[in-house]
Design a protein around this ligand. Structure first.
Ligand code: NAD
Ligand code: MG
Length: 287
């Protein structure tokens, strides 16, 4: 690609963003992901499963034989229904659970709702996340932004995980979503990056506590991935260069991240993998 050609057309949406408004449309593995029974009969809850990485995970999980409940914001109904359609196309059960996870009660009730509909819970993917990067400097960061970022990325994760533990049993897998920002933070994402570093810390710590119960806890740390989060929270000029600073020279697609989640969810393949962070970064270091 020549240096003058933008990686993506400049574009902007308002959070939480929608898939339909993105140019180009992201690849969630709709035409490419082939399952082989690696999650047969497992029951998974994917927060933020309507779009982006969460949608790719839901599609991959379903094609591997899992039933999938997805959490999302009520205004994302259209995206959620599209994900559900792909899950059902794979012959699996899809459960739609709208709700704002920055509300403690909503977050705490989510795993119980998923478990009731799916008949139990084996895999929790804490994927819902929020960032805001349309700001000049740290001095511009407003309290309502800090609240939204910390409550979505940390409080909700803690609330959801705590109540999920009432349902998860031996052999279960918890997968948190970290970020390259935990390792190479951007100044424009100061608050967000700090939540991802905290997620790494609590992933290994929770793995230590839950290990004796046979519950594994890991994280996936994506690099720049083409999802609605980006055009809805970054300035348009950053979108034009999105992902070009990676060793592979481009942004990743949600479909390229999902296999890491399948691996970590699999009780057979990842049976001795706990407390780790798996980078899917296009070559950026996760240490
Ligand atoms: P996305 O916008 O498609 O998904 C994020 C989802 O989080 C939304 O769809 C929404 O349903 C959910 N969410 C946000 N606020 C919520 C709230 N208050 N209540 C309930 N749900 C809420 O974007 P994505 O990039 O696929 O993001 C998924 C995860 O990946 C996030 O944790 C994000 O931080 C992480 N991540 C993304 C990138 C990237 O470049 N896209 C890089 C590293 C990490
Ligand atoms: Mg969404």
């Amino acid at each position: 690609m020549s240096q003058d050609t933008p990686a993506f057309p400049a574009q902007q949406q308002e959070p939480p963003g929608s898939t339909a408004a993105m140019d180009p449309t992201p690849d969630h593995g709709e035409q490419s992901y082939r399952g082989s029974g690696r999650l047969e009969g497992r029951r998974a809850l994917v927060t933020g499963g309507d779009s982006g990485i969460g949608r790719a995970v839901a599609i991959a999980f379903a094609r591997e034989g899992a039933d999938v409940a997805i959490g999302y914001l009520p205004e994302e109904q259209e995206d959620a229904e599209e994900t559900a359609r792909w899950v059902r196309d794979a012959g699996r059960q899809a459960v739609l659970l709208p709700g704002d996870l920055t509300d403690e009660r909503t977050a705490r009730e989510l795993p119980g709702r998923a478990s009731a509909e799916l008949g139990g819970l084996d895999v929790l993917v804490n994927n819902a996340g929020f960032q805001f990067a349309r700001r000049e400097s740290f001095a511009d960061v407003a309290t309502d932004e800090i609240d939204r970022v910390l409550k979505t990325n940390l409080y909700a994760l803690l609330w959801v995980t705590q109540s999920a533990l009432e349902h998860l049993t031996e052999g279960a897998s918890i997968i948190n979503v970290s970020s390259i920002q935990a390792y190479q933070p951007s100044t424009s994402l100061l608050d967000y990056a700090s939540t991802k570093a905290a997620i790494n810390n609590l992933t290994v710590n929770l793995a230590a506590e839950l290990g004796p119960q046979g519950i594994r806890v890991n994280a996936v740390a994506p690099g720049p991935i083409w999802t609605p989060l980006q055009p809805s929270t970054q300035p348009p000029e950053k979108i034009e260069k999105f992902g070009t600073d990676t060793p592979l020279g481009r942004a990743g697609q949600p479909a390229e991240v999902a296999p890491a989640f399948v691996f970590l969810a699999s009780a057979a393949e990842a049976s001795y993998v706990s407390g780790t962070v798996l980078g899917v970064t296009g070559g950026k270091p996760v240490f």
